[in-house]
Design a protein around this ligand. Sequence first.
Ligand code: ZN
Length: 69
Amino acid sequence: MTKAHESIYCIQCCAVKPRAEAELVFRTGFYRTTIPLGRCQICANAERTAGLPVPPQSVERECSSAQLA
Ligand SMILES: [Zn+2]
């Protein structure tokens, strides 16, 4: 069972991740009002490698329309 305060919602891969895997946690946004928005280490590493910064807001909007379990 996933506890909200121990999770983050990665705005780049649009998935709920354990807080331990978070590279960055935003303090201003929440997914479904309980899970803090953030970015996982995998996406952070991918961005560093690819050199392609993704605007968080546009990604967030995309994620919001997706149905996630
Ligand atoms: Zn991610």
